[in-house]
Design a binder for this molecule. Structure first.
Ligand code: ADP
Ligand code: MG
Length: 227
């Protein structure tokens, strides 16, 4: 199993202010699988994704990557796991607007200490995958929303991740542009066997995943496999 969560719960705050965002969730994601996490706003989707991705830690339970628990890793090692195994695409693109498109895509490799020429080569390759090689030198802030999200996808895949996490990746895009991003994510999933974990309340997007997990009040209330 690639990624496995066992009995995870998450409580934010304490005492009277405590909010139980996740309630005893277990799930397993295989290599190359596509899984949608669906549910209403506030149901715990983002919290679950953040915990699966090692961006946050569960209050109880554990997450394991390739059978190795992430629970006891110190923050720097957890950051390394994220940098080496995971790619992220968020609703808000989180690009550095003043930097060039190329610099934005190179960033995860720079953090990893990859030397400049190798970085540029990999970043240009990633930009080619999202059909934005011609924008490499443009400032990120000068791109359209759809282009920005494609840059975010290029940045997410530049490290050859095992899992691509996407939290409402089409939330800030019109439907036509969103469709293009969705097609891109699924082509990466199929061609490169990158597991895809998508948080969404877009039914059409969710249905294209092999499995849909329905969250309600922090619990998985249903799981459906696509035919
Ligand atoms: P979703 O992504 O499905 O909208 P979230 O995972 O963001 O849901 O939130 C689940 C619940 O946890 C909500 O009740 C939300 O208000 C609460 N929550 C999320 N993040 C925090 C936080 N940092 N501090 C306190 N409560 C939070
Ligand atoms: Mg959310």
């Amino acid at each position: 199993m690639l990624l496995e969560a066992t009995n995870i719960s998450k409580t934010y705050g304490r005492k009277e202010a405590a909010v139980r965002a996740l309630n005893n969730i277990s799930l397993a994601i295989d290599r190359g699988e596509s899984v949608a996490i669906v549910g209403k706003s506030g149901s715990g989707k983002s919290t679950l994704m953040h915990i699966l991705a090692g961006l946050d830690r569960p209050s109880e339970g554990a997450v394991a990557l390739d059978g190795r628990s992430l629970s006891n890793l110190p923050p720097t090692q957890l950051a390394d796991v994220r940098n080496f195994a995971f790619g992220f695409v968020f609703q808000q693109f989180f690009l550095n607007g003043r930097d060039s498109v190329l610099e934005n895509v190179e960033l995860p490799l720079k953090i990893r200490g990859v030397e400049k020429s190798e970085r540029t080569k990999a970043a240009m390759e990633a930009l080619k995958q999202v059909e934005l090689e011609d924008k490499a030198d443009a400032r990120a802030q000068d791109l359209s929303g759809g282009q920005k999200q494609r840059v975010a996808v290029a940045r997410a895949i530049v490290t050859n991740p095992r899992v691509l996490f996407a939290d409402e990746p089409t939330g800030n895009l019109d439907s036509k542009t969103g469709e293009r991003i969705i097609n891109l994510l699924f082509s990466l999933n199929k061609e490169h066997h990158i597991a895809l974990v998508v948080v969404t309340h877009d039914e059409d997007l969710a249905k294209r995943c092999q499995r849909r997990l329905f969250l309600k009040d922090g619990s998985i209330v249903d799981s459906l496999d696509s035919l």
